[in-house]
Ligand binder design. Structure first.
Ligand code: HEM
Length: 482
């Protein structure tokens, strides 16, 4: 039997009896003056915070990042300053479409979010286990996600909504191909790669920018679940991935990922775009490794389980906007939308002062004039709560300074790329990369998911498969019985 210290109220007042309410006589009624009972019921009623609007089901762990290779010619970010340097990290893996209690083994991309507590502030890299994404403009994100969630009337997941959206957004085909391959049902979180997905920047001491794609290669090897096992486990052990990650770390079997980068200058990307026709800042595309080889940078090890799930994993608030000096964004339209969305979501989901929570607070000194609001933990004490022009000064190497920026051209407007951008070649390349057995699983998974939806949606989507690769289209068509 567990022994626990005697119970107090939240204000620390010892409670005489935590099992019997104060009543008028042995049969009641209950008296208002049982403040302990009332406080206990009140707090219980407020235990839940809103779940994440996406990526609601997840698992987290603490870890360390160690530099193994020098990239100081490309970035001045201090976490990369010398080989052997280590930085504390926090990670959260997730599924995307399901609710907080949904099954870990659903066919879905997996979130791969990382926080690096650097001496220059928190760097968050909020990626997925896929190097590309379904759409390339944030304006489509709420619509896309609605198709992955529940029908407004039936409250059921709807393959019709999903394929209706995908069939009219052929830029999704590349990731749809990955999603319905075996990579769509990874065997827990330890056996998958991670990707920053977007193009980001590195900036060196001289202010020179190099564009970068981040890669995280699993040290445990890729392992996927067979589609039928994923379905079975969803019933038998819906928390399969949480259990696997927690137990691995608890028994000292620390999972690792090799961190690597693909690098390119603006001029190299311009030449590549000229040759391939692909926009290097389009998140529905990858940079082929033959054109931009991966270079090793470091190693991540997850080595400490959270002491408390809610405090750490549920309340952690990652934002792609959090980059430290020496790291930066790119013109990627989707990334630009994400720079707004996360902090905004967390102001609602966790609260105005979510950055005060231990898992979110930087572990370096910080000075800003944001004050007050609900649930303040550290309100700056007696420090001045306003900035003056003179005192604020400027930091030439700080956020938003110290690099040459990137070139922009064209008039402001809404640009519709439909019919002018190549949505098919990379999706076809991915299909052709798969073994015959993997192609067979892919087309069977797709046919299974598309069965029963309206034939006009099926035909529209079949056109996309065929455009990517004739065999891809023909196999799905045959399996659909069309
Ligand atoms: C414009 C497109 C997108 C928007 C508007 C968006 C928005 C959001 C929002 C609001 C959250 C919940 C944040 C929170 O409550 O803490 C979230 C979570 C997440 N998103 Fe996105 N997202 C977008 C695209 C992407 C892409 C392209 C990726 C991956 C490359 C991604 C990866 C994630 C991950 C991993 C999480 C979970 C973070 C965690 O574990 O706490 N999202 N997204």
């Amino acid at each position: 039997m567990r022994t626990t210290p005697p119970v107090t109220t939240a204000s620390g007042i010892p409670v005489a009896d935590n099992q019997n309410s104060i009543t008028a006589g042995p049969r009641g009624p209950v008296l208002m003056q049982d403040f302990h009972l009332i406080e206990k019921l009140q707090h219980f009623n407020r235990e839940r915070i809103p779940e994440r609007v996406v990526h609601a089901k997840g698992s987290g762990a603490h870890g360390t990042f160690t530099v193994t290779h020098d990239i100081t010619p490309y970035t001045k970010a201090k976490l990369f300053s010398h080989v052997g340097k280590t930085t504390e990290t926090f990670h959260r893996f997730s599924t995307v479409g399901g609710e907080r209690g949904s099954a870990d083994t659903e066919r879905d991309p997996r979130g791969f979010a990382m926080r690096f507590y650097t001496e220059e502030g928190n760097w968050d890299l909020v990626g997925n286990n896929t190097p590309m994404f379904f759409i390339k403009d944030a304006i489509k994100f709420p619509d896309f996600i609605h198709t992955q969630k529940r029908d407004p009337q039936t409250n059921l997941k709807s393959p019709t909504m999903m394929w209706d959206f995908w069939s009219q957004a052929p830029e999704s085909l590349h990731q749809v191909t990955m999603l319905f391959s075996s990579r769509g049902t990874p065997d827990g979180y330890r056996h998958m790669h991670g990707f920053g997905s977007h193009t980001f920047s590195l900036v060196n001491d001289a202010g020179e920018r190099t564009f970068v794609k981040w890669h995280f290669r699993t040290g445990q090897g890729i392992k996927n679940l067979e589609a039928h096992d994923a379905v079975r486990l969803a019933g038998e052990d819906p928390d399969y991935a949480q259990r696997d990650l927690f137990n691995a770390i608890a028994t000292g079997n620390f999972p690792k990922w090799e961190v690597s980068v693909q690098l390119a200058t603006e001029a190299e990307l311009a030449a590549w775009e000229q040759r391939t026709g692909w926009n290097p800042f389009d998140v529905t595309k990858v940079w082929p490794h033959a054109d931009f080889p991966r270079r090793p940078v470091g190693m991540i090890e997850l080595n400490r389980n959270p002491a408390n799930y809610h405090a750490e994993v549920e309340q952690v608030a990652f934002s792609p906007a959090n980059v430290v000096p020496g790291l930066g964004y790119s013109p990627d339209k989707m990334l630009q939308g994400r720079l707004f969305a996360y902090h905004d979501a967390q102001l609602y989901r966790v609260g105005t002062n979510h950055q005060h929570l231990p898992v979110n607070a930087p572990k370096c000194p910080f000075h800003h004039q944001q004050r007050d609001g609900a649930m303040v933990a550290d309100n700056g004490g007696a420090a001045q709560n306003y900035a003056t022009v003179q005192a604020a000064g400027s930091r030439p190497q700080g956020f938003g300074h110290g690099d040459a920026g990137w070139a922009l051209d064209g008039a402001a407007g809404r640009f519709d790329g439909r019919g002018r951008e190549d949505d098919y070649t990379q999706a076809g390349n991915l299909f052709r990369l798969l073994s015959a057995d993997e192609q067979d699983k892919l087309t069977s998974n797709i046919a299974g998911a598309m069965a029963g939806i309206a034939v006009d949606i099926q035909r529209l989507q079949l056109g996309h498969f065929t455009e990517a690769d004739a065999k891809y289209g023909a196999d799905v068509k045959r399996k659909l019985g069309l």
